[in-house]
Design a protein around this ligand. Structure first.
Ligand code: HEC
Length: 148
């Protein structure tokens, strides 16, 4: 029959796998709406969680997001958009403070892939985040959670 069948959808990132038996055209529409809602609803939340997890795992041992709270590394409060070397009361290396970098999202992406390459001599002992999805999620998280 022309309009019957079953629509099967594996929505990326949605838990599980849904099957809609029955009328094909209707189930395709439902599948579209559900997939759209699912991606729209949870995609941003998942990216945010991923960014936070990357931060906790890789950065929080040395960096705080609280303004004025320096650890081994400077506070990253408001880091996105601020010039290198500008966290108050932190003793930067000359390499970092004289780098002339402004920490835009692009610059952070480059830097976090391999800090020593971009700032030779930096005191930040961190080999770099090789996964660019991790970097992107982290940078979004920093942009949204590091308001000064
Ligand atoms: C082992 C400790 C350590 C870890 C882990 C670490 N950092 Fe750092 N970070 C530092 C230190 C120390 C500096 C200061 C570098 C200097 O003065 O040369 C720094 C500097 C920075 C700067 C430049 C800040 C400024 O004000 O110019 C950014 C941005 C940064 N780190 C982000 C991160 C992020 C994001 C992570 C996690 C992916 C991370 N760091 C992991 C210790 C660390």
């Amino acid at each position: 029959m022309a309009f019957s069948g079953s629509g099967t959808l594996l929505a990326p990132g949605c838990p599980g796998r849904a099957t809609w038996p029955g009328h094909f055209a209707l189930s395709a529409i439902v599948a579209g709406i559900v997939a759209g809602a699912c991606l729209f609803g949870s995609g941003a939340a998942r990216a945010e969680e991923r960014g936070e997890a990357v931060f906790k795992r890789n950065c929080s041992i040395c960096h705080s997001l609280d303004s004025g709270k320096n650890r081994v590394g400077p506070s990253l409060a408001g880091v996105v958009g601020r010039p290198a070397g500008s966290a108050p009361q932190f003793h930067y290396s000359v390499a970092n403070s004289a780098s002339g970098i402004v920490w835009t999202e692009d610059k952070l992406d480059d830097y976090l892939a391999d800090p020593q390459r971009m700032v030779p001599g930096t005191l930040m002992v961190f080999p770099g985040l090789k996964n660019s999805d991790d970097r992107q999620a982290l940078i979004k998280f920093l942009a949204e959670n590091s308001a000064d």
